[in-house]
Design a protein around this ligand. Structure first.
Ligand SMILES: Cc1cc2nc3c(=O)[nH]c(=O)nc-3n(C[C@H](O)[C@H](O)[C@H](O)COP(=O)(O)OP(=O)(O)OC[C@H]3O[C@@H](n4cnc5c(N)ncnc54)[C@H](O)[C@@H]3O)c2cc1C
Length: 376
């Protein structure tokens, strides 16, 4: 194309986080000419700050669980094609309280328990000896989860789209406006038959009124990387606190009794939205979190009191002190109290898509497929 000529795309994607990349992948797979536009030089948002934990079990019943279930398979396929290592698979949801056991027993009777199973204390100690000192009554085992190192996986996903799927990337380019057929950027206008805006938690630049009407705000999370404890976890670990946070369990009536007990015993954890996820990296270090604080502009600081709550839960679950903290960071994602996903049509042939709960990586690839197949 000669200098000054106008490039025309079938689809422009605003945002090179995991949701934007998922939409780009789905459109490229259909043979469409796709451009992805992002203000940053490389992915820097929630998509690289998360656990890289592609979870299925525990997602909200309905669309979220179905998207997560399909996405896990799509992630396994993408990992192979884009040379993204899968660091471990599966998850144990360990229970230290009888009320947690009751929630998990109820969960195991739902359709979402497909291929999951109950482990008694001996079964858990056999599968995850690292938890043997943690005084657990048992655990739910789920085989569906995958773990990738997001800070490496997302750049590889983008590179694969660019090099193998012919997707064009325009980085360090801020999008200032979107209308049907065109995208206004700091580098000029980009013409595209269709546009998908995947802004993550950037809520005030594009279609701010729509996002405000839908009650979208932001959630801040604190995260830790701990030193290699000397064992291989070989799967994600969660605990009782997760049972009142993840809708797949928390929406069960049995979760109310657990919530009451946790409020009495771990009120500070609940007040700071702390629950436990532990995953392991290739070098043996553990990624551990997290907390949840909600505000339109959350403060950017990691608070020691909150980290201490996370580490305290780690110590209870593993039955001993946590390894040294190597790294601390915060992340934010879009949040809405009454919906898990926004899929809006702010103009003809324009979609606005953001995941408003902390599960965007888990549902991304199937969500991208559905968004694209619906209008391209
Ligand atoms: C700490 C943390 C832990 C998490 N853990 C998990 C987990 O284990 N599993 C899971 O499934 N989910 C997890 N999540 C949630 C998940 O990471 C998010 O739901 C997901 O990454 C959101 O992806 P996104 O593409 O919408 O947003 P982002 O990754 O934030 O990407 C949005 C992109 O849009 C760009 N952008 C926005 N506006 C413009 C504009 N006007 N012009 C140009 N570019 C623009 C930004 O620069 C950014 O690159 C976690 C989130 C956090 C913060």
């Amino acid at each position: 194309m000669g200098q000054g000529a106008t490039e025309q795309f079938d689809l422009a994607v605003v945002g090179a986080g995991v949701i934007g990349l998922a939409c780009a992948k789905a459109a490229a797979r259909r043979g469409k000419r796709v451009v992805v536009i992002d203000r940053d030089a490389q992915a820097n948002g929630a998509s690289v700050r998360n656990f890289g934990f592609i979870t299925v079990t525990g997602q909200a019943a309905g669309d979220m669980w179905a998207w997560a279930r399909r996405s896990a398979d799509l992630w396994a396929d993408l990992a192979e094609q884009a040379a993204i290592p899968i660091l471990h698979r599966g998850m144990v949801m360990a229970a230290r309280r009888p009320e947690s056991v009751t929630v998990l027993e109820a969960f195991l009777k739902t359709d979402m328990a497909e291929e999951c199973r109950w482990l008694d204390a001996n079964g858990l100690a056999a599968l995850r000896p690292e938890l043997a000192a943690g005084e657990h009554l048992g655990a739910l085992y789920s085989p569906h989860e995958l773990r990738v190192e997001s800070r490496e996986a997302i750049p590889r996903f983008a590179a694969w789209l660019e090099q193998s799927q012919g997707v064009t990337f325009k980085r360090q380019t801020s999008v200032t406006g979107v209308e049907t057929g065109r995208v206004h950027t700091t580098e000029g206008i980009i013409w595209a038959d269709a546009v998908v805006v995947c802004p993550g938690d950037e809520l005030v630049t594009l279609f701010p009124d729509r996002l405000a009407d839908l009650g979208v705000t932001r959630c801040k999370l604190q995260m830790l990387r701990l030193a290699n404890p000397g064992y291989r976890l070989n799967g994600g670990v969660m605990s009782d606190l997760g049972l009142i946070r993840y809708s797949g369990y928390a929406d069960l009536p049995q979760a109310q009794a657990l919530k009451a007990r946790l409020l009495a015993e771990q009120g500070d954890h609940l007040a700071n939205g702390v629950h436990l996820i532990v995953v392991q990296s290739a070098d043996g270090s553990l990624v551990v979190g997290d907390s949840h604080h909600y505000a339109p502009t959350p403060d950017p600081f990691s608070h020691q009191t909150v980290d201490d709550l996370i580490l305290k839960e780690f110590a209870a679950v593993f039955g001993g002190p946590a390894p040294a903290v190597l790294e601390r960071w915060v992340g934010t994602y879009a949040y809405a109290a009454d919906r898990d996903v926004v899929i809006d049509e702010p103009a003809p042939r324009v979609r606005l898509v953001t995941v408003t709960t902390g599960a965007g990586a888990s549902v991304s690839l199937a969500l991208g497929e559905d968004v694209i197949s619906d209008f391209i």
